[in-house]
Design a protein around this ligand. Sequence first.
Ligand code: SAH
Ligand code: F3S
Length: 449
Amino acid sequence: MKIFIKTYGCQMNERDSEAAAAMFSARGHEVVDHESLADVLIFNTCSVRDQAERKAVGKIGFMKKLKKERPDLIIGVMGCMAQNRGEELFKELPHLDFVLGTGQLHKLADIVDSIHDDRRAQVALLEPGDEVLTGLGAHYNNSIFASIAITRGCNRYCSYCIVPYVRGREISRSIADIVDEARELVADGTREIMLLGQNVAAFGLGGNINPPPPDHSPFADLLNELCAIEGLKRIRFTSPYPSYFNDKLIDAIAAQPKICRSIHLPLQSGSDRVLKAMNRHYTASQYLEIVDKLRSKMPDVAFSTDIIVGFPGETEEDFNATREMMNRVGYDMAYIFKYSPRQGTVAAKLEDDIPQEVKEERNQVLLSDLEKRTAETNRKLLGSTQEILVEGVSKRNAERWSGKTSTAKTVIFTPGPETTVGELATVRINRVTAVSLFGELQPTPLRGN
Ligand code: SAH
Ligand code: F3S
């Protein structure tokens, strides 16, 4: 069969879709990149904001016409919205053939095969307490980049967030399992690995939400083992909850040049009052302490973050605290979200009292601050020497190549005869614009492999 998978939402969903593609391909099915070519359409969905669900429902609804023309077509939904809405989705979208909740990836190919044989609709949902780690390891994309899911689920219950309800309890894979997967990837040509989890820094803590003592961090142990893999050039991770950045983790990151100097540290709000209402267990000043510690050990580290504007009761003063905090940290990048109530969460019981226009305006203010800062950060890099991981021919200009710095900035440069995809190279930044960096290749790498 020919399979088409459309992915919505986060990198974890991208990863699940990739693993699904690998499983189908291992069974002799073909993965295609357009719905019109496919016998099976799979929508891997997101629930984190209402808009994400509406978008997927709209798109799947639109497939009804296609199903009328081709009744043999198999249409299924998986991921967080599948888990969140369950069987009820058949009512809204009667042309659906299956609903596959989270943590059920290992059942996907069997379900599709059985529908192909008997055309009977199927549902498989995650039951609380039934969290499993199967079906996470298969890879499909052949590139120098790969992602590895190291944990599943989340135990933090931030008051606005639906993830703990739809992704289930937090469980961690074993270090040995992850290292094996990484070794295989590197043997196949992977040079940069992104470690994924809803709360990666809580890796290996058995779901305990109390941050560990300063000298204990299974996540640091995992990073150290991965850094020892020869041929692996870079490691990134997302997302860590700030409170788990203890001395052991900070020191491990600082000691390993393979760990990228670009850290995503979700802040959500700069107001202690709002943080408390969000059930985020840190204050603005505790967050800053972590940022300052990381910066003192790694002066070149770049930060990115997630922010929610318009959380219930967010005053102008609360918003200004967020704005000030963002300026103080000086993020290179930020995802700014307008609060959207999610049924079943604690915050959904509060009145969604910030008008849409105010959310929009606060969003715009933060985005424009951010834009100014990015332009300034780029200007500061002019004349500096940077190590980049070479990615290949630039999308815009075939004579130029591109690569990324450890801080995740793309640099455009003219390749030399020795330039190789997946190798580290040294460039001097000789031109910058508000959005791009241009560099000149330098003869010696900053460090070995
Ligand atoms: N730690 C997770 C976060 C998942 S949700 C991870 O990165 O895997 C991603 C981001 O969406 C959150 O950090 C938060 O900023 C935003 N978000 C979550 N629930 C939201 C809601 N109800 N409304 C608006 N934004 C939300
Ligand atoms: Fe959501 Fe908070 Fe977990 S944002 S994914 S409940 S850390």
